[in-house]
Design a protein around this ligand. Structure first.
Ligand SMILES: Nc1nc2c(c(=O)[nH]1)N[C@H]1C(S)=C(S)[C@@H](COP(=O)(O)OP(=O)(O)OC[C@H]3O[C@@H](n4cnc5c(=O)[nH]c(N)nc54)[C@H](O)[C@@H]3O)O[C@H]1N2
Ligand SMILES: Nc1nc2c(c(=O)[nH]1)N[C@H]1C(S)=C(S)[C@@H](COP(=O)(O)OP(=O)(O)OC[C@H]3O[C@@H](n4cnc5c(=O)[nH]c(N)nc54)[C@H](O)[C@@H]3O)O[C@H]1N2
Ligand code: SF4
Ligand SMILES: [Mo]
Length: 729
């Protein structure tokens, strides 16, 4: 067998015709290095890379299905055009680009640039050029309508830091933490964690090592997750009550004087106001409201504060519950008053190699307005990070008037099952004058498309681990060339935007300058343009695959002596929102819902064998389950006379979905735990046993939404349950 990094390994083919190539997995963001066996130009086997310095051979079941994904009989190898009768016919990618460009021209000329939107989802996010290219496309003709899945994921991570003030050197990392407070995330399944260390690695091994060196783990999750079983303290509150619980923890830390006095004196302007704001969150109140033993709350607060290093952080659980910005704020405030920032001389865990270097001094940048992007036409919201808010896009499509969105390009996303409010989303997809979906399969959203563009898949692309760069638990670099030829007439996402810009006569501007438009560049040339000015020059990255650079870690420098900025841990609107939470008394009230009518809370979760809506069409992943079970506590099932496998209907104030009950002692009482983005385009779930159902149908875009970033309530959804059919009747 031959071993090579690139396509050009053919000269040392082994006698069995198999050549082995090193690359990294892009099924999810974690970027696990893999060895791929190619035979006849096709991937036939995948293994982890044991020699890798941080992954040490780790892969998961999803990544190991890439050979089937690449060669699946239903993979789209050509683009499709909708016929007037609603069926699809194949056409060449260049014909598709011609026709789409003609339609875009008409739409821009008729309605203006804002009418053309794009949405990049999770499938695009794993491609290091898809998001930059979509962004550049919109910049090229001054269209603000650039959307991604970030704004239906954890947008408070982008906005809350601005409310508190930003510590230039960042908060403490994972590797030398002696405590971790984890609010609603589960890296053992998701490979996601707000601190590096538990993602982009083997999370089980790394957690065991951390615990062996004495790190304490506190997990806040209504489910006893794979992560929570490893915790020293697991708090399992009622879903949606994180703001109350965090206010309670902060009150203990402040009342007992467990915060970092010296740090607060120097850097925090309003600790007294924070103390005042949490003063009504007494232990009795918090314990009763969250249904968590008071002693456990005190123990968690003391355990966190007693540590020297380590942070509190949130995942998708609280980011999808009511008052998501507030929870994020309180988590940051806890880190701040405990002084859990990187200090002068500390070295940063990740390398931050792929983006321009920014100063890392031990000092604060004062708080400022968090959402300053383009104005939305809905709910007085504004965009964040140069993006508009996906929580408003269906209405931007459906609401007539100046600026109405008329064309949408979906790049590796699946709005019909992922966006909040499925009925609204389906209506929006139907209302568009042009819907282009870039996906390698006929997703629920592709069914509504005018054009489905067949994309390259991971092994056919060059890429860098652009998401993990700031999360790797070491200053680590990797890079991959395309290792297989393209299987058909497929385009890389960036090529689609390039082809359209070229036909429309618009520039495609990147940090490294405008893209050459006469001849289509290569992936590598595009990576150079999109990541120009990176801290490590791209050629050096290319030459350093799977390498840790201890000598290149970023070291925190001293504060500028003239810096007078301080943190604001208790800005007025946050204090007001805490008061609102206290008055509501139950998270359901934030959505205007009477909790007695909707006694259960439906919470989101990830499943090991799928990535959001994608996975179950692959044979080994599909064998793990074809429906997103409604996991419930056995005691609740007993009370409601439900049996394993029963079909239930789950009602939110907005709509209902069907689900199959599965007993789960790890789910606390009063909770239904269900994975999102299952089901198809039907609003009535006839095929729930075969394809599941989308919990997004239960979500309202205009109830209990976050006033800063528009985030909606996609977890901790107030619901009630009715039996539809016993399994053995
Ligand atoms: N109720 C509820 N709603 C939620 C959530 C929740 O927890 N609860 N989670 C939210 C979150 S965090 C997210 S990120 C969104 C997800 O929202 P989306 O990203 O819109 O949904 P996905 O199902 O991940 O869609 C990814 C699509 O990309 C395709 N794909 C895979 N690989 C490739 C590729 O290489 N190229 C291209 N072009 N396509 C590819 C897949 O076939 C799939 O159709 O959903 C959000 N919605
Ligand atoms: N295998 C797999 N991996 C994935 C994905 C996948 O679909 N499958 N999706 C990817 C995506 S798009 C993302 S954004 C990341 C997300 O990564 P994570 O945030 O780790 O996602 P989850 O594993 O769903 O963990 C969320 C946890 O929050 C809990 N929770 C729900 N509601 C609440 C609440 O109100 N309060 C609290 N405290 N907890 C609550 C749930 O019980 C669950 O255990 O994962 C990514 N990785
Ligand atoms: S964790 Fe993500 S990157 Fe790693 S093998 Fe699994 S799907 Fe691929
Ligand atoms: Mo996500």
């Amino acid at each position: 067998m031959s071993l090579d990094n690139s396509l050009n390994a053919t000269d040392d083919l082994s006698t069995d015709g198999i050549s082995t190539h090193l690359t990294f997995c892009r099924f999810c963001h974690a970027s696990c290095p893999i060895e791929v066996d190619l035979q006849g130009g096709q991937a036939v086997a995948i293994r982890g890379v044991p020699e890798d310095p941080i992954f040490a051979g780790y892969t998961c079941i999803k990544g190991r299905q890439i050979p089937e994904q690449m060669t699946h009989p239903q993979r789209l190898l050509k683009s499709l055009r909708r016929r007037p009768d609603g069926t699809f016919e194949e056409l060449s990618s260049s014909e598709a680009m011609d026709e789409i460009a003609t339609q875009l021209r008409r739409i821009i000329d008729t309605y203006g640039p804002r009418a053309v939107a794009s949405y990049t989802g999770t499938g695009g996010y794993q491609n290091s050029l898809a998001v930059p290219a979509a962004r550049a496309f919109h910049q090229g003709f001054d269209s603000p309508s650039f959307y991604t899945s970030v704004t239906i994921d954890q947008p408070a991570k982008s906005t809350a830091p601005f409310r508190v003030g930003i510590w230039e050197a960042g908060y403490q990392d994972f590797s030398n933490a002696d405590v971790l407070l984890a609010i609603g995330y589960n890296p053992m399944v998701s490979s996601f964690s707000p601190v590096g260390g538990l993602q982009g690695t083997n999370p089980y091994v790394v957690l065991r090592e951390a615990k062996n060196r004495g790190m304490k783990l506190i997990v806040i999750d209504p489910r006893r997750t794979e992560f929570a079983t490893q915790a020293d303290i697991h708090l399992a509150p009622k879903p949606g009550e994180d703001p109350t619980l965090m206010a309670g923890i902060l009150k203990v830390v402040i009342d007992e004087g467990l915060f970092d006095h010296e740090f607060c004196d120097l850097w925090v302007s309003d600790l007294a106001q924070l103390a005042d704001a949490v003063s009504t969150f007494t232990l009795d109140y918090v314990s009763t409201r969250c249904d968590v033993p008071a002693d456990d709350i005190v123990a968690a607060a003391r355990m966190f504060a007693a540590a020297q290093r380590g942070t509190s952080g949130t995942g998708t659980g609280p980011s999808m519950a009511p008052h998501s910005s507030l929870t994020e704020h309180l988590s940051i405030a806890l880190n701040t008053i405990c002084g859990r920032v990187n200090r002068e001389g500390d070295s940063l865990e990740s390398g931050y190699f792929l983006y321009p270097e920014t100063p890392r001094r031990a000092q604060v940048h004062a708080a400022r307005t968090p959402a300053t992007g383009a104005p939305s036409r809905m709910r007085n919201l504004r965009g964040i990070r140069g993006e508009m808010l996906t929580t408003t896009l269906a209405e931007e499509i459906l609401t007539p008037g100046d600026g109405q969105v008329r064309a949408l390009i979906v790049s590796g996303g699946n709005p019909v099952v992922a966006w909040p409010d499925q009925e609204l989303t389906v209506a929006a997809m139907k209302d568009l004058e042009l819907l282009v979906v870039v996906d390698h399969r006929m997703s629920a959203t592709a069914e509504f498309a005018d054009y489905v563009i067949a994309p390259t898949l991971s092994l056919e692309r060059a890429d860098i681990p652009h998401l993990m760069d700031r999360w790797f638990r070491a200053p680590y670099t990797n890079y991959t060339d395309a290792i297989t030829e393209r299987a058909g007439d497929v385009l890389n996402e960036w090529e689609i935007f390039w082809e359209l810009s070229k036909r429309l006569g618009y520039p495609l501007p990147f940090p490294g300058g405008d893209t050459p438009m006469d001849e289509r560049p290569s992936d590598d040339e595009m990576i150079d343009l999109a990541y120009a000015g990176s801290r490590m020059p791209m050629d050096e990255v290319r030459a350093n695959r799977r390498v840790v650079h201890p000598d290149k870690a970023m070291i925190v420098s001293a504060a500028d002596p003239t810096c007078t900025a301080k943190f604001t841990v208790a800005p007025d609107d946050i204090v007001a929102e805490l008061g609102e939470v206290h008055r509501e008394g139950d998270s359901a009230v934030a959505l205007g819902v009477d909790p007695s009518l909707y006694p259960f809370r439906l919470v989101s979760r990830r499943l090991k064998h799928v990535l959001n809506s994608y996975g179950s069409s692959l044979s080994i992943l599909g064998a793990k389950g074809t429906s997103n079970s409604a996991y419930m506590n056995p005691q609740d099932m007993l009370d409601l006379e439900l049996m394993e496998g029963d079909l239930i209907e789950i009602f939110s104030p907005r709509a209902s979905v069907h689900g199959l009950v599965e007993a789960a002692p790890d789910v606390r009482r009063g909770v239904i735990s269900m994975a999102h983005s299952w089901g198809g385009s039907s609003l009535t779930d006839e095929k729930v046993r075969d394809i599941g159902s989308p919990t997004s149908r239960l979500v309202s875009v205009d109830k209990g939404y976050d006033h800063i970033n528009g985030m909606v309530v996609q977890s901790a959804i107030p619901v009630r349950i009715a039996l539809v059919e016993h399994i053995n009747h």
